[in-house]
Write a protein that binds this ligand. Structure first.
Ligand code: MLT
Ligand code: MN
Ligand code: ZN
Length: 310
């Protein structure tokens, strides 16, 4: 399998248009220790060739495609190596990019029924011509062989599974209790396997906790790309850029006894990489103590354009 991190940042990107935090300031100044990062998405191919599938479609998708040679058209007047898109939730940073794929290109879109219902309920997604773009609901914990809209097998098998999280911000129902009406299908992780092999990649860009069953699922994985939104739960309030904690946004922190580094320490994972990293997270700075701590614990911090072969 070939994996390209198209965008390593969380919603807003780095730098974020209205943010003057330390990371955004340094990124804007061109500091090599704080490279810019676009919003959350990866591309995966079974063998490095066509078709590629995108996992999440970020608002930066147009730029991400242009910066990634393997995603460029290669023949005819209209062509794309992109066979389809798999969505892990309905957050703006993961679905808004679909609107930039509206130029009558055959595609498949795979997501849970809950997430597809969100697209169906928003008329603007009707710009994806349904005679070209096929939306396929996927059940949780079932294997699906990815294929292009014209039925060519991608050589990739995926399995969606629920992870602790939160319904999309714009769908929060304040009267539905402390979980804002969240359902298991609202936030999923995805296991991606090259068909016929036992090497698997887990892509989990949003996750609020690591329960035991998730540890068991990840045990033995070749690669895990995991939610790296915040370093500490109170990071946004502590930096004076917002009132929400990581938990309130549906994201677990990296550090400390309740963080993802500790939660996954004992789990056998060959390679562990943080993605969906918020611009306030000091781990983004190559010269920070937090970066050193994460790396010492065996984690890599994704950058845009990072390529991994499995
Ligand atoms: C999140 O990851 O929590 C969301 O992308 C936040 C948002 O919708 O802005
Ligand atoms: Mn997000
Ligand atoms: Zn910032």
């Amino acid at each position: 399998m070939r994996i390209v991190v198209l965008g390593a940042a969380a919603g807003g990107g780095v730098p974020q248009w209205n943010c003057n935090c330390a990371v955004c300031r340094r990124a804007r100044a061109g500091d090599p220790a704080a490279p810019p990062r676009t919003q959350s998405s990866i591309a995966v191919s079974a063998d490095g060739g066509e078709p590629w599938f995108l996992f999440n479609a970020s608002p930066d998708i147009r730029r991400q495609i242009e910066l990634t040679r393997v995603l460029h058209p290669t023949h005819g007047r209209r062509h794309s190596p992109i066979g389809g898109v798999v969505l892990t939730n309905a957050d703006v940073d993961h679905v808004a990019g679909l609107l930039s794929l509206r130029e009558k290109q055959p595609l498949t879109i795979h997501a849970t029924p809950r997430v597809l219902d969100v697209l169906a309920a928003n008329a603007i997604f009707g710009v994806l011509d349904n005679t070209m773009v096929r939306r396929t609901p996927l059940a949780l914990d079932a294997d699906t062989l990815l294929a292009t809209a014209d039925g060519r097998a991608a050589g990739l098998s995926i399995r969606l599974f629920p992870v602790p999280g939160k319904v999309a911000l714009y769908l929060e129902n304040a009267s539905a209790g402390p979980d804002f009406g969240t359902r298991p299908e609202d936030t999923v992780g995805v296991e991606i396997r090259a068909a016929g092999t036992n090497r698997s990649l887990f892509y989990i860009p949003g996750c609020a906790a690591v329960p035991d069953d998730l540890c068991r699922r990840l045990d033995g994985a070749s690669l895990v790309l995991f939610d790296g939104t915040v370093w500490t739960d109170d990071e946004m309030p502590a930096h004076g850029v917002g009132s929400k904690t990581g938990q309130r946004m549906g994201h677990m922190c990296m550090s400390g006894p309740t963080g993802s580094i500790a939660a996954l320490r004992g789990v056998a994972i060959d390679r562990r990489v943080f993605v969906h990293i918020n611009n306030t997270n000091p781990v983004l700075l190559a010269d920070s103590a937090e970066r050193a701590e994460a790396e010492a614990a065996g984690w890599e911090i994704a950058e845009d354009g990072m390529e991994i072969s499995l």
